[in-house]
Write a protein that binds this ligand. Structure first.
Ligand SMILES: *Cc1c(COP(=O)(O)O)cnc(C)c1O
Length: 360
């Protein structure tokens, strides 16, 4: 078996430990005589898996008791509608910061339900930076302010949160969840599709302050109402059982690694190996301003489309896959989520050095 170094932006690598446990438990979970995939979601065996997953996530992220954790379906993209339907409920206004395609999609969806306002944008420079805002930029009457914390396509990240005063901050953390500690109490709500850093596609994690639940617009479909899921322990209907089980294995792996502080240290180390190389390379360069660089997604270019294509092809042949950049940025992108080992980044940089010597 030869596993590649997979730099995919998502779905992406999972920790080998997690895959091995899942493989070992595939035919029979414990002494149940069945795979987790085959279990009733109402069984006590499955409920135990579910409860342990939630408890471990709460522990790792230090989630305060007045927040609900929901395991939903529909991906982060369904949250783009659920957020306005549930939260745009007092003044029907919300402020959005446009830091890339995902933030823009969230904004456009909200505009269908109320007065969504684009407060700031970095579209002028292909979203290569995080626009600066101060408290006065936000409408104190907005029901919430929405940001995308880590911009998967463009490789930027909020290193400091915007000051939104008393207006609840809502953040899409799909591509940075569990990459480092986060102060949940600074947010009204956090959400993430699992397929970047947690589990296979199919489960979406929502962490929401309890006082923000229960005031959805009348038109809100039952399945898109946070109350429905909060009141039923995420089991109003069949949850994405297997994806939640894998998420649970990832949470255990993070605990074993020493928690989010330890994970951050490794992620900083990996990102620095790559950024240090890019900053000193004569051929490759990063596309993001230094102060807003992501720990998880690192886009880079040579400045020459043909050389970029050659690099993508040769790196793939050498076992570094999914390194082609998003079409809106071009070039390359190395997504280095939690499961990417330090060695994978070191080997990639070695390969880039060799390519540089051969093509400079
Ligand atoms: C991948 C991604 C999404 C889309 O997630 P889906 O689960 O496919 O809907 C949204 N936001 C961010 C930041 C992402 O990285």
């Amino acid at each position: 078996m030869a596993r590649v170094y997979n730099f995919s932006a998502g779905p992406s690598m999972l920790p080998e430990d997690v895959l091995k446990t899942a493989a070992a438990e595939m035919m029979e979970y414990g002494t149940t005589g069945q795979s987790v995939m085959e279990m009733s979601h109402r069984s006590k065996e499955y409920q135990a898996i579910f409860d342990e997953a939630e408890a471990n996530l709460r522990e790792i992220m230090n989630i305060p008791d007045n927040y609900k954790v929901l395991f939903l379906q529909g991906g982060a993209s369904t949250q783009f509608a659920m957020i306005p339907l549930n939260l745009m409920n007092k003044n029907k206004k919300a402020d959005y910061i446009i830091t890339g395609q995902w933030a823009n999609k969230a904004y456009k969806e909200a505009a269908r339900y109320g007065e969504a306002r684009a407060v700031a944008s970095s579209a002028d420079k292909t979203y290569s930076y995080i626009p600066k805002t101060t408290a006065v930029d936000f409408d104190p009457e907005a029901d919430y302010v929405h940001i995308c914390m880590n911009n998967t396509i463009y490789g930027t990240k909020y290193h400091k949160l915007p000051d939104t005063g008393d207006v609840p901050l809502v953040a899409d953390i799909s591509s940075c969840i569990l990459s480092e500690p986060i102060d949940v109490s600074k947010f009204g709500m956090l959400y993430a599709g699992a397929q970047k850093n947690v589990a296979p596609a199919g489960v979406t994690i929502v962490i929401i302050r309890e006082d923000l639940i229960g005031n959805a617009m009348d038109i809100t479909p039952t399945m898109l109402n946070y109350s429905t899921h909060a009141d039923n322990g995420s089991m109003f209907n069949t949850p994405p059982c297997y994806a939640i089980y894998i998420a649970g294995l990832t949470f255990k792996w993070i605990k074993k690694m020493g928690g989010l502080e330890a994970i951050r240290e490794i992620n900083v180390k990996k990102a620095n190996i790559l950024y240090d190389f890019l900053d000193n390379s004569k051929l490759f360069k990063g596309t993001v301003v230094a102060e807003d660089r992501s720990l998880m997604n690192v886009p880079f270019v040579t400045g020459n489309d043909e050389l970029d294509a050659k690099f993508v092809a040769e790196s793939k042949a050498a076992g570094f896959v999914n390194i082609k950049g998003h079409r809106s940025v071009g070039g390359m992108r190395a997504s280095i989520y939690n499961a990417m080992p330090v060695e994978g980044v070191e080997k990639l940089v070695e390969f880039m050095k060799k390519f540089e010597e051969e093509n400079a």
